[in-house]
Design a protein around this ligand. Structure first.
Ligand code: ADP
Length: 382
């Protein structure tokens, strides 16, 4: 037991504990040895023990859903000597968020979570120290994940975008006839592959946007929402017409300017209107309403489409979330980017389904604070 106590004293979660405190924790411990490839626990199960690696390596894995029904395991972190894992056992919600698998023969110290809770109740100093260490360890892991994400995003932006942009420009050269004559069939094929590449470049931009959108990085200036609506309408109207969906725009004659990034706000309108058209069958209608209140401007996008189930309603603003009933293209980023943009403007966005006023389809609402009060002239009406 003396060896375990000494080891626990050198572990990241228990550094700084007195001999007496370590002794109490050691009483809750048991040593376990696992063969390479053994799964110690699985994601989604109840967390009953906290673990510290004494020897070996453990990979923490999470199921990454790539689309409805499909999922594969992704490695999130590798835990080595002296590090702890299975923190869910001592932090809400007591459900394991990852699976733990041994990469080599691994010796761990397992600590019974119920016993730990009881100990923390009896001796709040120990609880306080351990929780303080836990916060430190968790925030350093978070920093590590952020650095990894930044690295992945920089690879995505440079190493993926540059060759795709080059391929796209070769397509353009061929389509414009500068590389010799091409047949109608070749032209159609090139056009289609060019469209696919543009889609891929947009997707990469969207992935980059998730981390980039931040109030400090947006170029905020006096912005006319009426102009933003007008230009978005120009993009969405042809899509709606193609699909046989009626687009109605109800905006006031005048609106105060707001402080905002007009290109980003246009992205929000385009995402919400684009979705409304996408999820509304032929013969339906999409209505955009803009109204001014005392301290904010309210935008509503109402459709008569397929609607969103109550179980999905709270997930649709999450990164990469795509509805289970959805078979159309999309990476599930439009709404999460829209939410980030609205929040970077100190606004709020939410969805309701069915739309409370019509009893069908969906209604998306966002509000933006009025921070400037200059009023636009008649010429800027939509
Ligand atoms: P995507 O770009 O893949 O459409 P979004 O983030 O824009 O992703 O939307 C996420 C999910 O929210 C969609 O897959 C769909 O299930 C649901 N959704 C969004 N807008 C609507 C809408 N107007 N009507 C019904 N479902 C919607």
């Amino acid at each position: 037991m003396g060896g375990i106590k000494e080891f626990l004293g050198s572990c990241q979660l228990f550094e700084g504990l007195t001999e007496d405190e370590l002794e109490k924790i050691t009483r809750l411990s048991r040593e376990e040895v696992y063969e390479p490839g053994t799964t110690i626990f699985v994601e989604g199960a109840a967390a009953t023990d906290l673990y510290c690696v004494e020897e070996g390596k453990v990979v923490l894995e999470m199921t990454i859903r790539l689309g409805p029904g499909s999922g594969r395991k992704g490695a999130i972190d590798v835990i080595t000597k002296g590090q702890a894992f299975g923190w869910s056992a001592i932090a809400e919600s007591l459900t394991l968020t990852m699976s733990a698998r041994c990469l080599e023969k691994t010796k761990v110290i397992a600590l019974d979570a119920k016993g730990l809770w009881q100990l923390f109740d009896e001796d709040s100093r120990i609880g306080h120290k351990v929780m303080q260490r836990l916060v430190g360890v968790a925030s350093s892991r978070l920093r590590h994940s952020r650095d990894m994400l930044a690295h992945i995003l920089s690879v995505a932006s440079h190493d993926l975008k540059a060759p795709l942009a080059a391929v796209e420009s070769y397509h353009r050269v061929m389509l414009d006839g500068y590389a010799g004559e091409i047949t109608e069939k070749q032209k159609n094929m090139l056009l289609r592959s060019s469209e696919r590449i543009t889609g891929l470049l947009n997707l990469i931009d969207n992935i980059l946007d998730i981390s980039r959108i931040d109030a400090r990085e947006l170029k905020m200036e006096p912005t006319s929402l009426l102009k933003v609506v007008e230009s978005t309408k120009g993009v969405i109207q042809p899509l709606a017409e193609d699909k046989g969906v009626q687009l109605k725009v109800e905006v006031p004659k005048e609106l105060p300017l707001i402080t905002g990034a007009s290109n980003r706000l246009q992205q929000v309108f385009a995402n919400l209107l684009g979705n409304a058209v996408k999820f509304t069958p032929k013969g339906g209608a999409v209505t955009l309403k803009v109204a001014e209140a005392d301290d904010h401007i309210m935008v509503e996008i109402i459709d008569t489409g397929i609607g969103i189930s109550p179980e999905e309603l709270h997930k649709i603003f999450d990164d990469f979330y795509r509805g289970v009933r959805v078979d159309s293209t999309g990476a599930g980023l439009g709404l999460s980017i829209s939410r980030k943009i609205v929040e970077a403007h100190s606004g709020r966005i939410w969805a309701e389904s069915p739309c409370p006023e019509t009893g069908i389809g969906s209604k998306f609402t966002f509000i933006l604070p009025k921070t400037l009060t200059t009023t636009q002239g008649e010429k800027e009406e939509v």
